[in-house]
Design a protein around this ligand. Structure first.
Ligand SMILES: [Ca+2]
Length: 186
């Protein structure tokens, strides 16, 4: 190895190529445990070195968050939220954690005086999320498309008005998350 160089060694002898070492972590290992791995190193001249690194055991927790919204139906069909319009949004939630979140439900609310008729206000079933998964919830079906929420924008709203929407999220294990996002009037 040249001075300053770094490289890995692939053990090609087994079914998975591309790793240096492998091991199995016990099911009873607590998250945060540091597993010490000792390395004995020798070169052709008989020089020897020892080194140690730690493999940290992670936790497979779920973390639900607001991801994005898309306008799927509106009055004039330009998919822009404008004053006086009834708009239908798909709201995507994302599991930004690594563990699964099951039986996720979300409730939407807004204190904005610029919208009326926010629907549904009941819990919307988002189902199960794997780690990293994003999807929208089905709050209703209209205009041949599933939407998450719909509401009417006040005719007194002006371009640039931000409509805050709050999301209360709960999963089947009673984990809860509070998220919010803004819908901009154009
Ligand atoms: Ca529009």
């Amino acid at each position: 190895m040249a001075a300053g160089s770094s490289k890995s060694v692939d053990d090609e002898g087994y079914s998975y190529a591309g790793y240096t070492i492998q091991f199995t972590v016990s099911n009873t290992t607590p998250a945060g445990t540091q597993i010490p791995i000792n390395i004995s190193i020798v070169d052709e001249s008989g020089n020897t070195w020892t080194d140690t690194f730690y493999a940290v055991v992670g936790s497979e927790t779920a973390e639900m968050a607001y991801d994005k919204y898309t306008v799927v139906a509106d009055y004039d069909g330009d998919k822009k939220v404008e004053k006086g319009e009834q708009v239908y949004l798909q709201v995507f939630l994302k599991n930004i954690g690594s563990g699964a979140a099951n039986s996720v439900k979300a409730t939407f609310s807004s204190s904005s005086s610029y919208i009326s008729g926010l629907s549904p206000t009941a819990q919307i079933d988002y189902g199960n999320f794997t780690g990293g998964q994003s999807k929208y919830g089905q709050g209703g079906y209209d205009f041949s498309v599933y939407y998450t929420i719909m509401f009417t924008v006040s005719s007194s709203a002006t371009a640039g008005t931000q409509i805050p929407i709050n999301i209360s999220i709960v999963d089947g294990s009673s984990n809860t998350w509070s998220e919010s996002f803004n819908v901009k009037v154009e």
